[in-house]
Design a protein around this ligand. Structure first.
Ligand code: NDP
Ligand code: 8X3
Length: 251
């Protein structure tokens, strides 16, 4: 029987590419996201290759998470891999000029959504004494940059939560990985700049960013390591991206 993967944020970018990658190898898919029409299109495309269960789900809605998990039909209730991918960055303003509503949205989605999703699926994952949780962190969780404030903070949380989860799951057979991608061209920057496509394009101008498929291949590789192998943390950047030095305020 094929394994089942549960993907949050499968309507775009990394999540959508993961859905295609896992479908290609015949995994059963649970695809989620807020945009129903995108879920419908993806279901129609992928159900030729595998079984697909689509759920319109906002990860900020804790009750909806509980219901979605409780009502998973056979064979989807037997989950091997959870990809905690749903997330976003909003704005790049310095902290004192930020819209705090945007801060709360990032915290509610990237932190609270991820932990509640994880908590809801842990019983199903532990039942089989195997499987994987793959969390999508970011280089922003390790390397600070101006305007990254709360977004970077949420991804630092994801990194530490992933490590702590590993400790709690030791002996369960369930693996945990935090992936930290650098610049990748998806809808990420369009969302960050509130639909301003030219601002988003400028982020990737003159360089070759990662693609959603690069990340999907990586996630697929991680989920398919032998059961005794746990990739703890994996940072992945475009070749044309590296770190800058410290900033110094010289008077
Ligand atoms: P996209 O904007 O292309 O995709 C984001 C996905 O998250 C969409 O499917 C969106 O679905 C979903 N999502 C957002 N908010 C919610 C919510 N409240 N409930 C459910 N789903 C939600 O961006 P990426 O694919 O690039 O981003 C995926 C993850 O990767 C994010 O966690 C991001 O922080 C991280 N990341 C991205 C990098 C990049 O450079 N692109 C680099 C490092 C990390 P919908 O709108 O339909 O709900
Ligand atoms: C996305 C990568 O560098 O834009 O998490 O924050 S970055």
């Amino acid at each position: 029987m094929p394994n089942t993967v549960f993907i949050t944020g499968a309507t775009s970018g990394f999540g959508e590419a993961c859905a295609r990658r896992f479908a290609r190898d015949g995994w059963n898919l649970i695809i989620t996201g807020r945009r129903q029409e995108r879920l419908d299109m993806l279901t129609e495309e992928l159900q030729q290759h595998c079984k697909v269960h689509a759920i319109a789900l906002d990860v900020r809605d804790q009750k909806a998470i509980q219901t979605a998990v409780k009502e998973l039909p056979e064979p989807f209730s037997d989950i091997h891999t959870l990809i905690n991918n749903a997330g976003l960055a909003l704005g790049t303003e310095p902290a004192d000029q930020c819209d705090t509503e945007q801060w709360m949205t990032m915290i509610d989605t990237n932190i609270k959504g991820l932990v509640m999703m994880t908590h809801a699926l842990l019983p199903a994952l532990k039942k089989n004494n195997s499987g994987s949780i793959v969390n999508i962190g970011s280089v922003a969780g390790t390397w600070p940059y101006p305007g990254g404030n709360v977004y970077g903070g949420t991804k630092a949380f994801v990194k530490q939560f992933s490590l702590s989860l590993r400790c709690d799951l030791l002996g369960s057979g369930v693996r945990v990985t935090n992936i930290e991608p650098g610049l990748a061209e998806t809808e990420f920057s369009v969302v960050r700049f509130k639909g301003d496509q030219s601002k988003a394009n400028a982020v990737y101008e003159g360089m070759q960013p990662l693609t959603a498929n690069d990340i999907a291949d990586t996630v697929f590789w991680i989920a398919n390591r032998p059961a005794h192998v746990n990739i703890n943390n994996l940072e992945i950047m475009p070749t044309q991206q590296a770190w800058a030095g410290f900033a110094v305020d010289r008077k």
